[in-house]
Design a protein around this ligand. Structure first.
Ligand SMILES: Nc1ncnc2c1ncn2[C@@H]1O[C@H](COP(=O)(O)OP(=O)(O)OP(=O)(O)O)[C@@H](O)[C@H]1O
Length: 707
């Protein structure tokens, strides 16, 4: 294996981590035709240097410049027992303290998920090993254990594998707890007993006839282990539960499907894989809205994912080339918090570097340029403040659907170090093998390390990544991994890119990956435009609220603009009677919220033009003035109404026209998932109201004011 570094650090969960993502490279089975163990040559595991980096990055193929963050990677020879001891055992102990958790095995087909989760009689999987520990701890702590075992197919039918032939399982929520109707719980007293019915269910799972529907060729399987207080009844609920999910293997629907039915089935399975990984991504990045309702599986796992629950994702890797593995790693990697940490560190640094450049330019101090360096041309530094879109359309779209890890393949970068010393000399160092502190940076990993504050008494480092026409840049040159959630894949309510985009996303990422080389060449031609890295870094921040403030506590202007734009959008969306903004203008407003990184005149232009168009800035007649005030009042009313829906208790909600017991309960449920589920009147459609009903409700509320 081309592992460059592989230490054991950080292999157990630390209290602060909600989601941990590890990879497991599948071993070679004795039964496989070519079963001679041979070193894996298509996956490289790299550990970026520096103490602040906890994870590893994976890259695929010789020439690949895409890197995907993981918290850790287990190699071929590292068996289930090791993964169990390091990753699972701490979660079992936590279960006896009331903590829920979920272990998810994902990967392409044949990547070893079942081997990992179920294992076999000779090589027990994580579930078997865990049950032994559960039983032992239960005895010690005066608790009892029971299990459920189910399967979810492509049609979101969930069936009980321990009581086959029954109707599909129903999932409902009662007093904030997920409940299953039609899923049996079997008490477990010994490992042998468990082994019997578990393996029994696994082997018959493929043959049992399904009541009322066809059985799917691929499905997800989930084992739930419940911990009960000794004398508590099932009705009281468990102390905690731990879920083990063996996801169906991801497979490119177009590649393998021989017929339309198979194609549809594969697509649906892929969507549900995507849904689960999206939920874990939303949780790992503290999204305000988590899309549990996107699939049956995420709904079933909701209790074991939300709140203080911990999630372990094991991305299983095929030992030989498999494009589907790359896609899965890409998806799993999005939940890896190491990426975010690293990324945020470097983004902070980049933005502070950008500020230094601006200050530097403003001061208009004559700078001497050393013989070994070049002065940055004004055009270049200007470009650094602008967002430059230099990638092909499909690649851009793919970025929106996936994270920027794939985007990184389209950029070959060079680090320009700008050193401003006490004599105010600007040095640009294009040597990318050493950083300013003299630390060697791994040649093919882009790492921004220096977190020290700028200090004029010593050398101050500004890291910019420049893409230029240097012929030394090739697709294997340094690449930065971004945990970006672009607009298109944002998981929160309004921007949520639902699972239906999965195939498109996969398709686009595929294109993106295939275009690596082409893109970098094209970027090379772009020359100075490539300095777009600064704003792009800020662009990445746009989804990440925690990074929205500068270190001095002030809010970046880009974020203020976004706020302004969001308000405009709200105004627009909640004033249907106001003059319609043409499609073009709307998209301009969108782009304000998403793409503008720094205050540029066009922003003001856009707003002014939009306002001009509405003719509200300069009303010419009393009627127009009245209209303006009228729509202002309307907006306030709508805002108040939405605020009420987002905060009122059940009884208060029921006082509203059109909201009875059921809807009020549902609204409270929605608020559990997201503190503010209603952001515009349109969101009322989520509780089953038609546009006409919404209008009627508003009319009623307004009428009441005059009664
Ligand atoms: N660590 C390992 N060592 C040796 N053989 C393994 C290992 N992991 C998996 N295998 C073998 O690889 C093959 C595929 O494994 P497995 O069935 O677990 O994959 P899977 O990802 O669950 O597949 P699918 O997506 O089709 O369900 C099996 O023959 C299995 O025995």
């Amino acid at each position: 294996m081309a592992s460059k570094l592989h230490d054991n650090a950080g292999s157990t969960l630390t209290p602060a981590r909600k989601v941990r993502v590890v990879a497991k490279l599948r071993g070679i089975s004795r039964h496989e035709p070519d079963s001679e163990p041979k070193p894996n040559s298509w996956i490289s595991v790299n550990k970026p240097q520096g103490e602040s980096f906890e994870g590893v990055t994976l890259s695929f193929g010789e020439q690949s410049s895409s890197r995907y963050w993981m918290d850790y990677c287990y190699e071929e020879h590292e068996e289930n027992e090791l993964i169990y001891t390091r990753e699972i055992k701490p979660l079992i102990s936590a279960a006896f303290e009331g903590q829920n958790s979920t272990v998810i095995a994902c990967g392409a087909r044949g990547s070893g998920k079942t081997h990992l989760i179920q294992g076999s009689a000779e090589k027990p999987g994580l579930t078997m090993l865990a049950i032994a520990e559960f039983i032992s701890l239960a005895e010690k702590n005066g608790k009892s254990i029971s299990v459920s075992f189910y399967e979810v197919d492509h049609q979101d039918h969930a069936v009980d594998l321990l009581n086959p032939g029954q109707s599909p399982i129903l999932v409902c929520e009662d007093r904030g707890r997920i409940q299953f109707k039609g899923l049996s719980q079997i008490p477990v007293k010994s490992v042998a007993e468990f082994q019997n019915f578990y393996f029994g269910a696994c082997s018959t799972q493929k043959t049992i006839p399904r009541k009322g529907f066809e059985r799917a060729s691929r499905s997800h399987m989930g084992l739930i282990v419940y911990v009960f207080s000794q004398n508590a009844s099932v009705e009281n609920g468990p102390v905690s539960k731990m879920s083990f999910v063996d996801l169906a293997g991801y497979e490119d629907a177009r590649k393998k499907s021989s017929d339309a039915i198979c194609f549809a089935e594969t697509n649906k399975i892929n969507k549900s894989i995507y849904a689960l990984l999206s939920v874990s991504h939303a949780l790992s990045s503290n999204e305000s809205r988590v899309p549990y309702r996107e699939s049956k599986l995420t709904r079933m796992l909701q209790d074991s994912l939300r709140g203080t629950s911990r999630i372990l994702i094991v991305a299983c890797l095929n030992p030989s080339f498999c494009q589907d593995t790359v896609y899965m790693v890409n998806l799993a990697s999005r939940s890896c918090q190491s990426i975010q940490k690293t990324f945020l560190d470097s983004t902070k640094k980049i933005s502070s570097s950008a500020n230094q450049i601006k200050t530097y330019q403003k001061s208009q101090i004559t700078k001497s340029v050393s013989t070994t360096t070049k002065k940055i041309p004004a055009s270049v530094s200007y470009q650094s403040e602008k967002k430059v879109v230099a990638a092909p359309k499909s690649a851009i779209k793919a970025r929106k659907l996936f994270d920027e890890a794939s985007k990184s393949t389209a950029r070959a970068k060079k680090e320009i170090r700008m050193v401003q010393n006490s004599s105010e000399t600007l040095l640009v160092n294009q040597d990318n093998s050493l950083d300013i502190t003299g630390n060697k940076v791994e040649s093919n990993t882009k790492v921004v390390k220096d977190n020290s504050p700028p200090n004029v008494s010593k050398n101050v480092k500004c890291d910019l990544m420049a893409e230029n026409g240097d012929s030394s840049l090739d697709t294997s040159s340094e690449v930065e991994i971004y945990p970006i959630e672009e607009k298109g894949i944002s998981l929160n309510g309004e921007d949520h890119q639902d699972a239906s985009n999965f195939s498109e996303a996969v398709e686009l990422v595929r294109e993106d990956l295939n275009m690596n080389k082409e893109n970098s060449l094209m970027l090379n031609e772009q020359g100075e435009q490539a300095l777009a890295i600064v704003p792009e870094g800020q662009s990445i921040n746009k989804e990440n609220k925690s990074s929205m403030a500068y270190e001095d506590g002030s809010t970046p202007i880009s974020s203020q603009l976004r706020d302004l734009s969001n308000r405009l959008k709200l105004l627009y969306s909640s004033t249907p009677l106001s003059v319609q903004i043409p499609e073009k203008e709307c998209s301009s407003l969108d782009s304000i919220s998403v793409d503008i990184m720094e205050p540029k005149t066009p922003v003001v232009d856009q707003i002014t033009r939009a306002n001009d168009r509405r003719d509200i800035m300069n009303p010419k007649s009393p009627w127009e003035t009245f209209s303006v005030h009228n729509s202002g009042v309307k907006n306030n009313l709508v805002e108040e109404y939405l605020r009420f829906l987002n905060s009122a208790n059940k009884e208060e909600l029921k006082k509203l026209k059109g909201i009875g017991e059921k809807r009020a309960t549902y609204i409270l449920e929605l608020r559990e998932e997201s503190p503010e589920p209603f952001k515009s009147l349109d969101d009322l459609k989520d509780i089953g109201l038609s546009a006409k009903q919404i209008k009627g409700m508003m009319k009623k509320e307004v009428g009441e004011l005059f009664n």
